[in-house]
Write a protein that binds this ligand. Sequence first.
Ligand code: HEM
Length: 152
Amino acid sequence: MAATATPTSLFQQLGGTPAVEAAVDIFYRKVLSDDRISRFFDDVDMDRQAAKQKAFLTMVFGGPASYTGRDMRQGHAEMVKRGLNDGHVDAVIELLGQTLAELGVPAEKIGQVAAIAESVRDDVLNRPTGSPRGTPSKLAGGSCGSSCGCGN
Ligand code: HEM
């Protein structure tokens, strides 16, 4: 398709836009049926959600998304106030891995995708880059600070 695309791009290796579209449906169903994280998606409308999933997957595939750390911080700030923590990020990465495995993506590439998702963990959780697991965000307001999922 795009003759100018970098041949080694992970996004291209995984199958480009058609692969993203195939993954969106599977990933979205997994997210919405997972009790650990589904509540964060309750108030997100369907049209915006589809766009969000495509943006998410294109980004973790290393594709032509141009989100900066600041965008990830802003995009998830409200969720951090509602208790988003390391356990939720783990769940998303786990469901992403399951989705790709179901689509026949080799384990090595799933590892590369997970590493990209990992690289934005601190931005998503609105805390300083390099924070240890379980570090609460200053936005969170609560006092628990663990990744137990209690949201406090
Ligand atoms: C693991 C790394 C993650 C990446 C790369 C990522 C990526 C993204 C992107 C690209 C957007 C769209 C931002 C925008 O359009 O403004 C977004 C929004 C969103 N993300 Fe994430 N995300 C991650 C983790 C999570 C987690 C752990 C949750 C919740 C369990 C989550 C829930 C959401 C929701 C609900 C939105 C939509 C917000 C809205 O429309 O108001 N994300 N994410």
